[in-house]
Design a protein around this ligand. Structure first.
Ligand code: ADP
Ligand code: ASP
Ligand code: MG
Length: 426
């Protein structure tokens, strides 16, 4: 008997009817003769609602308590899905992340899965149960505290379960039919990708295409688990994430497309450290302090110092959710480093163009920047990797920039196939 690991996102579990619909899908997989293990997210936008509630109680809630609060969301859906399955005449048991053996490090709010010890899951399977696991959570090996994996983390729970249980594939059910060449909410002419390599999907996820959690793709690549991203609202085949950009292209097969997609991200902020003395060790001091505070930095730009003052500005982007703690950390260093002031800007957006083919095709940046210029979009910062070019633009320009880039690279579909079935896009 095969083992099937599925994940249902919040947008597929928005209310009681949706939960019953998902239960029927799960039961179908069981009826087909499989052992079934399912990771579930919190219902609808309930994680955001819990965060709003916490913010009303405290502007900077303790990270431990925030994790206690947020993990409740997934506990609600796991129990309701298990109930709906038993109502269909099948037996199901739900487990918290900790009960399921999801072991993490001790970083609240963005814990990493270190190991999965699926003893209880295996016993429940052996007893004939469908297993439902609360996504997005685990338990720290060291502190024994309950942790969460970061927004969108249920994808990673599912992939980690698939790896631990030796499943052939991990199915991620969501509110669109797969991974598209751009977010279908912004580009209705986006095209569904039949397959996408791990590397390209990593870049898409890291650049804001929240259809998959970044860590889930890292985990899948490391354990060589294909991910099948598909809709819980249709029966269409979705997108398979598998393979490498370095795999040899077999003779006679089609050349891979140059561009896999365009991603955007509105969740970053920009901090500028103004008037940094131009001497050895300043950048090291700034970024070491931020690293010690567990803050992930994205793009960094340092200006040439002005000859008259010997002072320079350093700007960088980071998740908005880390903005306040980064500002507090840097403020504490003001006297030691001797910079003049700090600027904080949340009204930015990032547009990224991703594709393995850009390694061998010249002129991609020129075409990208020309498309933005023709759309009247000003570029604030630029960064590149081997298979990605990213720019920072004004947040109000994001939609226009994505659409213009998608069109410029001939990615628009002739017939609209990008359906958004549910979700608020929050
Ligand atoms: P879930 O609740 O199932 O986890 P998410 O909201 O986290 O769903 O992810 C699905 C959403 O990701 C889609 O509704 C879509 O708006 C967004 N998305 C962004 N970029 C892409 C892309 N390139 N392809 C498909 N979906 C994308
Ligand atoms: N419920 C969590 C979130 O909204 C985890 C997830 O949905 O994957 O981020
Ligand atoms: Mg998600």
């Amino acid at each position: 008997m095969g083992i099937v690991v599925q994940k249902y996102g919040g947008s597929s579990l928005s209310d009681a009817d949706a939960i019953k619909r998902v239960a029927r899908r799960i039961v179908d997989a069981k009826k087909a003769g499989n052992d079934v293990v399912v990771a579930v997210s919190a219902m609808g936008d309930s994680t955001d609602e819990l965060l709003d509630l916490a913010a009303q109680v405290s502007p900077l809630p303790p990270a431990r308590e925030l994790d206690m609060l947020l993990t409740a969301g997934e506990r609600i859906s796991m129990a309701l899905v298990a109930m709906a399955i038993s109502d269909l005449g099948f037996t199901a048991q739900s487990f918290t992340g900790s009960q399921a053996g999801v072991i993490t490090d001790d970083v609240h709010g963005k814990a990493k899965i270190l190991d999965v010890t699926p003893g209880r899951i295996r016993s429940a399977i052996d007893e004939g149960h469908v297993v439902i696991v609360a996504g997005f959570q685990g338990v720290s090996q060291q502190t024994k505290e309950i942790t969460t994996l970061g927004r969108g983390g249920t994808d990673t729970t599912a992939v980690a379960l698939a790896a631990a249980l030796d499943a052939d594939v991990c199915e991620i059910y969501t509110d669109v039919d797969g991974v598209f060449t751009a977010d279908p909410r912004i580009v209705p002419a986006a095209r569904k990708l039949a397959t996408v390599t791990y590397e390209e999907m990593l870049e898409l996820a890291a650049s804001g295409a929240k259809v998959l959690h970044l860590r889930s793709v890292e985990y899948a690549r490391r354990h060589n688990i294909p991910i099948h991203v598909r809709s819980s609202f249709s029966t269409l085949e979705g997108t398979i994430v598998t393979g490498s950009i370095n795999d040899p292209v077999s003779e006679g097969s089609m050349e891979a497309p140059i561009i896999a997609g365009v991603a955007h991200d509105r969740s970053e902020a920009k901090i500028t450290v103004v008037g940094v003395p131009d001497k050895v060790g300043e950048a090291a001091a700034i970024f070491t302090a931020l690293a010690d505070a567990q803050i992930n930095i994205d793009m960094i730009v340092q200006n040439v110092s002005a000859a008259a003052t010997n002072l320079t500005d350093i700007s960088f982007t980071l998740p908005t959710s880390d903005g306040q703690s980064a500002m507090a950390t840097l403020d504490g260093l003001k006297d030691r480093i001797g910079f003049e002031s700090l600027l904080y800007d949340e009204s930015i957006g990032k547009i990224s163009l991703i594709g393995a083919g850009m390694r061998s095709h010249p002129g991609i940046s020129a075409k990208f920047f020309t498309a933005l210029a023709e759309a009247g979009v000003n570029i604030g910062m630029i960064s590149t990797s081997e298979i990605r070019i990213s720019v920072i633009v004004d947040q109000d320009d994001v939609d226009r920039a994505v659409q213009a880039t998608h069109t410029a690279f001939d990615l628009d579909a002739d017939e609209v196939e990008a359906v958004v079935y549910g979700g608020s896009g929050r």
